[in-house]
Design a binder for this molecule. Structure first.
Ligand code: SAH
Length: 363
């Protein structure tokens, strides 16, 4: 029997096997090979569902490109290295970064680009973006980070970790339960599992949290951070992880759906809306340190970009801009840096080899 929608498929699965975890729901909704939200569409930009920093302004990717150049010099300017991006969207950040890095021709000669991307539709976009802006670049696509070849590496991830599936646990009278997705009539609903014996991922301080408290874990994110950190520790390199989230693990339900720039019901129209949850940077940094890297930060995005020279870059662009372009540059500057906009909600966690100094932006 073939399903007409992800809802049909999930209904059949739940009817056959019972409720599924929130993580399985989120994974299916985002990356199911046929019905996943990312699988067949480009959700980014004004006409899409949400806009990210690289889509706000070229300045974002350019500054990260310069950040990469400095880190490449810090690790001894290896003659070959991997520039890895996790979840590259339209390829805009990578294109802007490589354009900016041209001021260091040895960097460009040494680089091999590796893009970790689940979506066939976005892979096509990335290919087009890179072929048109930085033709001749050596690019390889991967389903997961694990297949990136060994060697020194720089890793960029903007709004990647927030898209990885979370498990949710909820405190009930009898203890912590896992939050599940089940069926009630023709609708998907949240349910709770039976109370569980101690869940190791839940901080001890929350063991006796009030009934109704919710805690999220993200095993897939911890695994990627651990793997990236191991590579950095073994071969040298650095990573910049930019996302929205909190610096200390805390209780709270942060799972949200967005469609056409508006909040949407998390369980409605699976596969048709973007689903994300806040990144728990404390757990992510701990996973990276377990992997052998040193964690730097957390730095609010606004401060990070300010230290990398966003104001100077904006001024340089303004010199050759028409009045309309000037307004756009100023609006983009504000959007990236203002605490009311992306400046503090978004944060930057950097990883380096333990022997390296703090990377630019984290001093
Ligand atoms: N970094 C881009 C896009 C962010 S959207 C930007 O800032 O504009 C999230 C990106 O991660 C998309 O490219 C999406 O297809 C990709 N993605 C989501 N889940 C993934 C997974 N499990 N494996 C690989 N890529 C994934």
């Amino acid at each position: 029997m073939s399903d007409a929608s992800l809802f049909d498929l999930l209904r059949r699965r739940i009817e056959a096997d019972g409720p599924i975890t929130v993580a399985r729901y989120m994974e299916a909704a985002l990356t199911h090979p046929k019905f996943g939200y990312y699988t067949g569409r480009d959700p980014l930009g004004q006409d899409g569902d949400f806009t990210t920093a690289p889509e706000v302004s070229q300045m974002f990717g350019e500054l990260l490109g310069l950040w990469c150049v400095v880190n490449w010099q810090q690790i001894g300017a290896p003659e070959t290295f991997h520039l890895v991006e996790l979840g590259p969207g339209r390829g805009t950040l990578m294109a802007d970064a490589l354009r900016a890095a041209k001021l260091m021709p040895d960097f460009v000669d040494a680089v091999g680009v590796h893009l970790i991307e689940a979506s066939p539709a976005l892979r096509e976009k990335q290919k087009f973006t890179l072929e048109t802006t930085v033709p001749g670049t050596d690019v390889t696509w991967h389903d997961s980070f694990d297949s990136v070849p060994e060697g020194p590496l720089l890793v960029l991830a903007n709004e990647f970790f927030d898209a990885l599936p979370v498990r949710q646990y909820q405190r009930a009278d009898a203890g912590w339960c896992e939050r599940l997705v089940g069926l009630e009539g023709d609708e998907l609903v949240f349910l709770l599992s039976m109370p569980m014996a101690r869940v190791p991922a839940i901080p001890e301080a929350l063991e006796e949290a009030p009934v109704g408290s919710l805690f999220e874990t993200r095993p897939a994110a911890d695994a990627v951070a651990y793997a990236v950190a191991q590579r950095i520790a073994r071969f040298g390199g650095a990573a910049a992880i930019i996302d929205y989230g909190h610096g200390e693990s805390a209780a709270g339900d942060t799972l949200q759906a967005v469609k056409a720039h508006q909040y949407h019901d998390v369980l409605k129209d699976p596969g048709e809306a973007d689903l994300t949850a806040h990144v728990d940077f404390q757990t992510l940094a701990e996973a990276a340190e377990d992997g052998g890297a040193k964690a730097h930060g957390l730095v609010p995005q606004g401060e990070f970009l300010d230290r990398l020279g966003l104001a100077e870059r904006a001024r340089a662009l303004l010199q050759n801009a028409t009045p309309d372009q000037g307004k756009e540059i100023e609006a983009a500057y504000k959007r990236l840096i203002d605490p009311e906009e992306m400046g503090t909600l978004f944060k930057v966690l950097c990883l380096t080899h333990p022997d390296m100094p703090s990377p630019p932006g984290c001093e």
